[in-house]
Design a protein around this ligand. Structure first.
Ligand code: MRU
Length: 388
């Protein structure tokens, strides 16, 4: 989003919440740790500010992390007063900064995927550039394109997801959906609109959403603080539940589909194993038991073609403070001093619990014969056609 088009409080653009406010040379990130009570933006001046903002959860959500990281470096180089070196030195400088940014959080693949693509652009620019400024310009332009592309991709995920679900529901008496989601996958976790929350937005826009249910998402409460905030803002009929109420909700027959986001999807041998916010795996198990379809909504940039299975995904473990204190570690103490803590930020849901992966190029369903996702084949075929 361009800074020029921000509302007076900087949070709403075209009636949509925005967490990343950018114009060339300036980046502001909504401090999501303070939501829903305060809406303040932090100035990000360089990649060090970007790294800290990601690590400290000022900005979070796989796509948003990647974009915020790329733009923090874009702002740094846009404001460089002078750079003593060749175009090759400029390329090395950018590559080193990208490596540093990738080290901020390990689980989401979007950040390392963005860094790999940006490094290719840098190296191509450096091979023809006669001065460092051209390499920096190529980098800045490429990271700005990532910001625009993410919104288009999310809208396509929303529309594919909504059509697919309605197609699945054709034979059923009720044509309306009650969707349970976990964590935050909306405008605040992306450049705008959202992935799983984008599908919920699209169902609502098409008049077929009965209700969205969002979990609190302990311990950081992305569900109660962020998803609930977005749902209320968009006037989408929604109910907040404790994480531990999900099984009971499903048992009561109040959920027609579970839709979550993804931080990394394995695509090689056991394709479809998906890392997402801690608690996602339990939801998938509960959904399977209650015969409720469980979907992952994610851009293809969340797919890691190098992984044979979800077992290879590095799961970030976060500070004990997030459990010992309320508000993800920022509030008062809520647990006994001296207790030991295990705080994985993500878990891996095995592919066999997932009914489909909703992407910007369409929905990946299982191959009927192998009963498995053929994600590589889907990506290769999708490369030939554009849906947005
Ligand atoms: O720790 P977070 O808040 O970065 O975790 C976010 C999630 O797990 C989201 O579900 C995922 O990144 C998808 S965001 C579109």
């Amino acid at each position: 989003m361009a800074l020029d088009s921000m509302s007076s409080d900087g949070l709403v653009v075209d009636n949509t919440l925005q967490a990343i406010c950018y114009k060339r040379g300036s980046l502001k990130l909504l401090d999501q740790r303070k939501l829903p009570l305060e809406t303040g933006f932090l100035d990000i001046q360089d990649s060090t500010d970007g790294w800290n903002a990601i690590r400290d959860m000022v900005v979070r959500g796989a796509p948003a992390i990647a974009i915020a990281a790329a733009l923090s470096l874009a702002v740094e180089v846009a404001n460089l007063k002078d750079f003593n070196g060749t175009s090759g030195d400029a390329a090395s400088f950018l590559e080193m900064k990208l490596e540093y940014l990738v080290s901020s959080r390990p689980t989401a693949v979007n950040l390392s995927d963005a860094a790999t693509k940006l490094k290719e652009i840098i190296s191509k620019a450096a091979s023809t550039a006669t001065e460092p400024g051209s390499v920096f310009r190529a980098y800045i332009e490429a990271s700005e394109i990532m910001l625009d592309d993410d919104v288009a991709s999310n809208k396509a995920i929303g529309s594919h997801g909504a059509s697919f679900l309605q197609q699945q529901q054709k034979q059923k008496i009720s044509k309306r959906f009650s969707v349970l989601t976990h964590c935050n996958t909306g405008s605040l976790a992306t450049a705008g609109y959202g992935t799983a929350l984008g599908v919920i937005r699209a169902l609502h826009a098409e008049g077929v959403l009965e209700r969205a249910y969002c979990t609190e998402t302990r311990p950081f409460n992305q569900g109660s603080r962020l998803t609930a905030f977005e749902l209320v803002h968009d006037k989408i009929p929604a109910t907040l539940i404790a994480d531990s109420a999900a099984a009971a909700l499903m048992k009561e027959g109040r959920v027609s589909a579970v839709i979550v986001g993804a931080d990394r999807v394995a695509a090689n041998v056991i394709a479809g194993d998906t890392a997402n916010k801690i608690g996602t795996y339990s939801l998938a198990l509960c959904a399977m038991y209650h015969h409720i379809p469980f979907y992952v909504a994610a851009p293809l940039t969340s797919v890691d073609l190098s992984l044979s299975s979800g077992q290879e995904i590095i799961i970030e473990e976060r500070s004990a403070k997030e459990l010992l204190h309320s508000r993800g570690g920022l509030g008062e103490q809520v647990a006994a001093s001296g207790i030991s803590v295990w705080n994985p930020a993500f878990d891996v849901t095995p592919a066999n619990l997932i009914a489909g992966i909703i992407t910007e190029k369409g929905v990946i369903t299982k191959n009927d014969i192998k009963d498995a996702f053929d994600i590589k084949d889907f990506i290769e075929k999708a490369a030939g056609k554009s849906t947005f």
